[in-house]
Design a protein around this ligand. Structure first.
Ligand SMILES: Nc1ncnc2c1ncn2[C@@H]1O[C@H](COP(=O)(O)OP(=O)(O)OP(=O)(O)O)[C@@H](O)[C@H]1O
Ligand SMILES: [Mg+2]
Length: 232
């Protein structure tokens, strides 16, 4: 089991109003699997992912990632966990603008415990030829490829993707999904991906539907389809 969460709750206080954003989430994902989280805007998907990634903390409940109980880590340990064990891919790439593609990836590989080879990873995402370009000289899909390279170069246990195709057109999205599937197969990386697009669920081993801070439905997909066959 790579992810094992039980009864996770999280509230945010804005002024005097307290909103319960996660109301007792339980989910499990096996090592090497791809999980997809679906759910409406504001339902708590990113909050859930930020807790798994050590960016935020649960108020209560248990969160285990690869046997590590995140709630028991102090702030320094949580930072180490986030650095070494987690790769994050965001909707809007978040590359450093004044570093080239290869430099964006190297910055991260330098802090990893057992980093992959930078050139190998850039080749795997199809960006070796453009590795000396700055982010502004790349298309959105190319920038997302670099940000995936940056997330996987440290060989993370868990790759968390928060709407990785949210800003991309159909064809570019599909090639990014193919790339994520290839990363999953090549490196055995466990992937958890948030999307608004229900069609993407077809490539997952497990699908979680979040509604108002709860898992409203979850299903196992015995035959995930290759990303190149997904249509929407
Ligand atoms: N730091 C915060 N302080 C206060 N409220 C927050 C904070 N972060 C999130 N929220 C609230 O928690 C709820 C869930 O937010 P979250 O970002 O997890 O939703 P989401 O499912 O990812 O939505 P979207 O699909 O729009 O990205 C929202 O109502 C949001 O306003
Ligand atoms: Mg979100």
């Amino acid at each position: 089991m790579l992810i094992d969460m039980a009864n996770v709750k999280k509230s945010y206080a804005t002024g005097t109003v307290i909103t319960e954003v996660l109301k007792g989430i339980g989910m499990k994902l096996d090592k090497g699997e791809i999980g997809v989280i679906l759910g409406p805007s504001g339902s708590g998907k990113s909050t859930l992912m930020n807790i798994l990634g050590g960016i935020d903390r649960a108020d209560s409940g248990r969160v285990f990632v690869d046997g590590i109980e995140l709630g028991r880590l102090n702030d320094d340990q949580l930072t180490e966990y986030r650095r070494h064990d987690i790769g994050f891919v965001f909707q809007f790439y978040n590359l450093v603008p004044n570093l080239t593609a290869v430099e964006n990836v190297e910055v991260v590989s330098n802090i990893g415990k057992s980093p992959l080879d930078t050139d190998e990873v850039l080749a795997a995402v199809g960006m070796k030829d453009k590795k000396h370009r700055f982010p502004r000289e790349l298309s959105g899909g190319e920038q997302q490829r670099v940000s995936i390279a940056r997330a996987i170069v440290k060989n993370p246990k868990l790759l968390l993707c928060d709407e990785p195709t949210g800003a991309l057109d159909f064809h570019t999205s599909r090639s990014i999904l193919q790339l994520l599937q290839r990363v999953n197969r090549t490196y055995g990386t466990t992937i958890l991906m948030i999307t608004h697009n229900a069609a993407i669920a077809a490539m997952a081993n497990r699908v979680f539907k979040v509604r108002s801070g709860e898992i409203a439905d979850q299903s196992v997909n015995p035959n995930p389809v290759p990303a190149e066959r997904i249509e929407w």
